[in-house]
Design a binder for this molecule. Sequence first.
Ligand SMILES: *Cc1c(COP(=O)(O)O)cnc(C)c1O
Length: 642
Amino acid sequence: MPKEQRQTSFWSIDDAERTYRVKRWGNGYFEVGESGNLMVKPRYDQPDLKINMQEVINEIQQKGIEFPAVVRFHDILRSQVEQLNKTFRYTIEDANYEGHYQGVFPVKVNQMREVIEEIICAGKRFNYGLEAGSKPELIAALAYNTNKNALTILNGYKDEEYLRLALLGSQIGRKIIIVIEKYSELLTLVKLSKQLNVVPMVGFRAKMMVKGRGKWESSSGERAKFGLSLSEMLNAKKLLEDEDMLHMVNLLHFHIGSQLTDIRAIKEAVQEASLIYSRLYQMGVPLEYVDVGGGLAVDYDGTQSTNDSSCNYGISEYVSDIVYGFKQTCDLQSVPHPNLVSESGRSITAHHSCVVTKIIGEITPGGNGYNTRKATGEHIIVTNMRDYQQGLDKDNAQETYNDISQLKEQAQQAFKLGVLTLEEMAKVETLYWKTLENINDFVVEQEFISEELKEIEETLSSQYLANFSVFQSAADSWAIDQVLPIVPISRLNERPNKRCTFVDITCDSDGKIEQFIGDEVTANHVPMHQLNKDEDYFIGIFLTGAYQDVMGDMHNLFGRLNEVHIVSYDDDPKDFYIEEVVKGNSVEGVLSTMQYTPEILAQAVKKEIDNEIARGKIKPRQGVQLIDFYEECLAGYTYLKI
Ligand SMILES: *Cc1c(COP(=O)(O)O)cnc(C)c1O
């Protein structure tokens, strides 16, 4: 089918929406624009404020910032903080719940200073605090969570130094709650508290019976890594009573796992925890707070299902189940409604950042192709292959596919037996892949793909080479098969006629993305557009703000990405401005982390160059240019400059 005809075949932005499900995973923040560009609506309370992602890219380019880049939308972060806090407020009001909500953001989900600052700032009027799970996170939290009414919840295993730091926090007037994960921590804490004469607030983390659902379900249950069993909790109570310190205990904590895909797990956990709370309260433990942990899931694949990368509930259902669940049990047990704390991390940060990168090439099984002109006396296999290509039409696509697949096998046999020449074999291959491409044009037009055509689809899918590293920017897609939405930034008003997977620029065969948003199961490829000559093709990898942003490693010494912080601004013609640019790692930066000294590297190469100059192999002027170039590369970005 000629190209022109394909371009005009009907395709609307609604089709793009159906294909990429932008609205479904976008949580109201993303949509396909009339122009065919991806649009960002960073403020849920200002639906008319729309930022064109292509314009963001243009501005990044004008500033001379290289891709790949992390693009952060600070307004989305603020919106998410507000939404969570307001949902709790309104639900608590509606339910006549007598406690209040006071959430904390778990620092481990995104430790970037700018992210923490924005969250603290947006959460100020809600007394929204921080959760830390390690000494370094606590050290950051102590400096940043300065609102004296906000909580700082401390989880994770603790040594004496960690506990001392926590007490330092109490001493400077912070509402620090030390959550006991392990019985022995309590012994150290009691000792320190007496020594330093500081009375901390203490929480008990319950080892829950209920299992979370999804990838992180081992976070709860008898074999869970963290928490006190019921007997340990009772022993802890006894110990504190004996020490006359029971008044320190004011929080019950549980966390049954991240990305809880099924709302039923949350309902069950609330039921269990509300009973533990009630019983402990009745026994005289002066609990004021219950912390329901994290786990509020993100619908990465937009299926609203219990898929690992999805969830079958939304934020209001989640909040209702917690508020009404506690109210019911507490009323039945005649105990006060506790204040509620939650530690949602993923759902607060996932949407606010994405990785934007360029497709820098296509890896096709056929390569560039060879001149297939008919040669006199050519082998019949070559002629047959050419005939198949010429005789292809819509109705015989499947049949042609079967025939050419068989013929190609015959050709390979013939080549191995020395019957086909190298040139003839190259022609057979070229014709084979060309025919497949033509078949592809028929296949992509089909709404529903038959089982038979699925194989063709598989054979025909292209590998798009993207300038990024999976290990740095999408670690969970490699480690735990996390599905992240990947969408072209522009041309969404054009039918995408290629089915693609992505490979990154690391030298690792695992450096690829082959799982995409699907229906019941994940899809093996995602539709993308044909690359046009002399035209950049940008894709966005979305929902990378939780964990992905900060978990990446330096595989192949590809370092952290350049970062661009976008803030919406209604009076600006483009509705945004770039507030800040954070430069990614330079080559010398990543080399330094591996114990190299850039100056010594440059000296070593310079010495070699000087030797060659002395031997007359390199002209002095040339030598200077070479060393300048080496030094320039040392200072440069680690990704490809394409
Ligand atoms: C990781 C973690 C969280 C964050 O969980 P999300 O699923 O990202 O909301 C909260 N609390 C604790 C104790 C955690 O370990």
